[in-house]
Structures are given as structure tokens and as C-alpha cells.
Design a protein around this ligand. Structure first.
Ligand SMILES: O=C(O)CCC(=O)C(=O)O
Ligand SMILES: [Fe+2]
Length: 355
């Protein structure tokens, strides 16, 4: 029997020609989250790493130790939290403000920045490609490209676009710099030349940003903000607000909630970096759950190398069987565009040897 809640209409996520009801967002039963958005471990969930001591000078024992810590966290958890990371809190405060202003606009206006058929980028209220298991989220997806950001901003905000455009480009520039620091530390910790990864990130043409805003949901036990997935890219720098909802799948197949920490970023390894390091660093499945009372904002910055970059594990990391055939990021990216939706890490399996 369909309950009254399920009949409720969902105006916040309905495009103009698409009237959606709560029942349209109900996921198949095996995906229903048993852990709610505010359930966390008593102890620390994933490791917390502070860059405080090394932002000024990256030499010495402290740097060595932190690089090792980062590699260990990435190899065991695939996730860690970064504090004292050097990104000014004004930058994150400002982008939060501007993004909420954007999402608070009438649907009609936001849809002026809507995704077009040929490019799966821009604003979307629900992802129409998904068919079933609709994510309970509004999403803005853009390449790290000033032109694309400007395009979206001008289409939606007209001559009022400047504060939004400035906040976005300031945020992306800051995250890009942070990403380079993390890549250098990972390379160093893995015993590779410090620029092993960063040298492939000079063109910013395929790094992407995805902004998720999850409205309050009357039926959070049967809906999901974002279903279980791994990030196909290389490295994700995720900002989440103070609400909570990110959950990570552990080795024992149990979900664990990632407690929000003010002024922190969550870093996770993507499929491409797992392949690049011959499985040493792990890309781990995660999801976002929603809740009845509070809207939630998260911003995922997906770092990607130039499309021509060949993703091939260096000999230093082939200490056991080679797990993946070499592939270019461009090829993988094209596959992702065709495949539309991935559940778990299936996208990477096409390059897996002996699979
Ligand atoms: O909202 C979150 O915490 C998770 C977002 C995420 O995993 C993604 O955008 O890939
Ligand atoms: Fe993700």
C-alpha cells in the first residue's frame, strides 16, 4: 500500500515539466540505508591528518612522517580528513553562501543553467539518466573551466553573476593547489619522484566539480542522496557541511558514518589512482544518506590528469601481479560518459587483468 508520505509531491526536485512524488525516489530495498545520517562511531572514523607543520616548509622528518601517514590512510581506508590544510575559511564560507543562494532560486531560473543533451554538465534537479533509484539531490556539475562556470553563472544569474563566478573560481583555484600538495605527498610517501602525479595535472581540462544539495527528505529510510559508488577520477577533495550524511563501506561490508569536522576536507582515492598505484591506494565505495529536517551541502572536487595521460603503474609499485592494463584517462573518461551510471567499481573492471 502506498502511504500518504509517498504521495507527497517533491517540488524542490521537480523540473517544470516533471512533477515528482516521494514514491519516485524510493530505492530498491537492498539499498535502503540502515544507518542514519547522524550515527557516528564513538572514536575517530577515518584518520585525521593536519598539514599545519608542513605548509611553510616541507622538508624534514615531519614531512616524511606525514607522507607515510597519508599513504597508509589511503591504502587502508581510501579516505582521510585533512585539517589545517591552508585553504582560508573565508573561501569555503563564501562558496557555501553563494551556492545556497543559487539553489534557493526558483526552479525556472536554475534550469536556465540546465544540462544539455550533448553535455552532461550544468544544473540538474534530478538526474534523468538514472531512470529508477533517483538521487534525492540537486546537482551542479562543471569542468574546472572558467568559461564553463561563467556560462552557467551568466545563464542563470545574468548581470548579477559576479559574486557566484568569483566564489567558484576562487574555490577551485584553492582546491587545485591543495590537490597538488596531496599528490606530491602521496608520491613522496610511495617512494616515487615528487612530481610523479603532478606533472600530469598542468592542463586543468578534465578536473570536475560536483555540488550536491540534498533537501530535507520525508522518507530518508527508503531514499538516498547518492547511491553507493566509488569515484572514478583520481583524487576527490570533498567539502561537507556540518549536517552529516556521508557513509563509507568498510572491509567487513559495514557502513560507517563520517562525522563532519569544521574547516576540514575529506580526501578519498578514486578508481584511476587505485589503478595507477597497482591497487596500493584504494578507491572505496561510499554513499550519501539524507534526513528529515536539514538540507545538506557537499562539494566534490574530482582531480583528473590530462586526457592523454597513460595510467600505468610504475615498476616500484609492481610488488605483486600487475592488476591493470595501461589505459589513458581520456579513454576511461569516454567510457564513463557512455556508461552513464556506475554502481560500485564496475567502470574500472574493464582494465583489470584476469578479470
Ligand atoms: O555528499 C557526499 O557526502 C558525498 C558526495 C559524493 O560522494 C560524490 O559527489 O561523489
Ligand atoms: Fe563520491
Amino acid at each position: 500500500m502506498v502511504s500518504r508520505i509517498e504521495e507527497e509531491s517533491v517540488d524542490a526536485l521537480s523540473s517544470l515539466d516533471q512533477k515528482l512524488h516521494v514514491k519516485n525516489f524510493i530505492w530498491c530495498e537492498k539499498e535502503w540505508p540502515s544507518l542514519s545520517f547522524d550515527e557516528f562511531e564513538d572514536e575517530e572514523d577515518v584518520p585525521v591528518i593536519s598539514l599545519h607543520e608542513i605548509l611553510e616548509s616541507k622538508k624534514g622528518d615531519t614531512y616524511e612522517k606525514l607522507c607515510q601517514l597519508m599513504v597508509t590512510a589511503s591504502a587502508t581506508w581510501g579516505f582521510f580528513k585533512l585539517v589545517n590544510h591552508g585553504v582560508a575559511s573565508e573561501i569555503t564560507k563564501n562558496i557555501k553562501l553563494r551556492l545556497h543562494e543559487f539553489f534557493d532560486l526558483p526552479m525556472e531560473q536554475k534550469l536556465k543553467g540546465g544540462r544539455s543533451a550533448s553535455l552532461p554538465l550544468g544544473y540538474s534537479a534530478t538526474n534523468p539518466d538514472y531512470g529508477e533509484n533517483l538521487p534525492w539531490a540537486e546537482i551542479i556539475q562543471l569542468l574546472q573551466s572558467p568559461q564553463q562556470t561563467l556560462g552557467l553563472a551568466k545563464n542563470v544569474l545574468g548581470d548579477q553573476h559576479q559574486p557566484f563566478s568569483d566564489a567558484m573560481s576562487e574555490y577551485m583555484d584553492a582546491l587545485d593547489k591543495l590537490g597538488m600538495i596531496i599528490f606530491e605527498m602521496l608520491a613522496h610517501g610511495l617512494g616515487l619522484p615528487d612530481d610523479f602525479f603532478t606533472k600530469h595535472f598542468t592542463e586543468k581540462d578534465s578536473t570536475m566539480i560536483r555540488i550536491n544539495r540534498y533537501p530535507p527528505c520525508p522518507l530518508p529510510e527508503k531514499c538516498l542522496g547518492l547511491g553507493s559508488h566509488s569515484d572514478p577520477h583520481t583524487l576527490t577533495i570533498l567539502f561537507q557541511d556540518e549536517v552529516g550524511g556521508l557513509q563509507v563501506l568498510q572491509n567487513d561490508n559495514q557502513w560507517i558514518g563520517i562525522r563532519p569536522v569544521p574547516n576540514s576536507f575529506i580526501i578519498n582515492i578514486g578508481d584511476t589512482l587505485e589503478a595507477w598505484t597497482n591497487g596500493r591506494l584504494r578507491s572505496v565505495v561510499h554513499r550519501a544518506v539524507v534526513n528529515k529536517e536539514k538540507r545538506r551541502l557537499s562539494i566534490a572536487y574530482f582531480m583528473s590528469p590530462a586526457c592523454s595521460t597513460v595510467i600505468e603503474s610504475p615498476p616500484q609499485l609492481i610488488t605483486h601481479d600487475k592488476l591493470y592494463v595501461p589505459f589513458t584517462w581520456g579513454d576511461f573518461r569516454n567510457q564513463l560518459l557512455i556508461q552513464k551510471r556506475v554502481s560500485g567499481k564496475t567502470a574500472l573492471n574493464r582494465y583489470r587483468l584476469n578479470y
